[in-house]
Design a protein around this ligand. Sequence first.
Ligand code: FES
Length: 399
Amino acid sequence: MAHILLRDPGKCTRCGFCRSYVSCRKGCVGCGACSISCPNNAIEIIEIKKPGAKDLSVVIDDKPFFLPKTTVRGALESLDYEFLKYPDYSNKKEIFTPCETGGCLSCAVMIDGELMPSCTTPLKEGMVINTEVNSIPKRLVQGFSGHGVGGVGTPWQIKEIFGFVEVVCFTSGCNFRCPQCQNWITTYRRLGEPRTPRYTAEKMTRARERYSVDRMSISGGECTLNRRWLISYVKELKELNMDEYARIHVDTNGSILTDDYIDDLVEAGTTDIGIDLKSHNIRTFMEITGLNDREIAERYQKTAWEAVRYIIDNYNIFLGIGIPYNSDFVSLEEMAKMGEEIFKLSADVQVCVLDYRPAFRKKNAPRPNYADMGKVYSVLRGVGLKTVICQTAYGYIGP
Ligand code: FES
């Protein structure tokens, strides 16, 4: 079996993203990362039968195999290893593959003694693969710069003060495929070395000193995808920042943030969490996230709402809720419904409405204007929510 990458000349704008940031450089093995991350939806991967193609001799979990050219994941799947779209931490045999673009390293296995993503790594002659992973986790992570506004889990009182409110690092890889992803270059970028929690914590701590701030934020992509890495990173960060002023802030879509995951995060040292609740209706959720598997979308959406409920009921950490707004995919009626549901959980929780602007694959969607966001503000305040802030091109509408 071989793979051919087809580029639609009518859609390709020669932006170079696939070549510069996700290119495999050594021939297509059909991982699909370039297709998923193309901002113009211009790439299709097709499989063809190549007569006479030689199988590769590899060793997987101490057993020899002859397998066709593919990804490591493809090889493992052909041998009935199971890959999950939703994590099951109780079963160490299955591999969680949430991003499928090589960024999160949740699917990593030992390849020739090194921890590497199975979803994008090409199978090679003589490779030795071990699916039992006992090494320190790694993840692609970028940024480490000052942020003047903060994220969903940043208290509104300190947003947009003069200067920086926090330092932030961004993790690559996401389990959503939002057509209007605001951060797609970071999300899909596969450049650089995957980093250990210790390396990342040290870099973040130095950034905190450099920018003279107390808040350290981790965002994405989706930072929760590689749980072992994130919990370990927060612990390391806490260890390096034991002073009473330090705040460790996690911004997430909440889709895999189960109760026990939240317990681990808080115990590790997380002080602030921002959770994006994308919608009230599942159809809107699927449109915003670009997910077409309804079962998995329902599970993700339910988990995020449950995460909000669990934090409000059990913890005294700072919680912010994010809601996207753009009249192209959500109505004011649905915004009101969301507001009512949030109000049932807490009238006081901070709700931050993000004005989704044209980006990634939805460049034609008009950015909501100041008056649009003003209407959203009135709707959410109208249902009784006390702390609503609405992002606009001219700053926040808020308390
Ligand atoms: S699923 Fe393979 S790196 Fe994220």
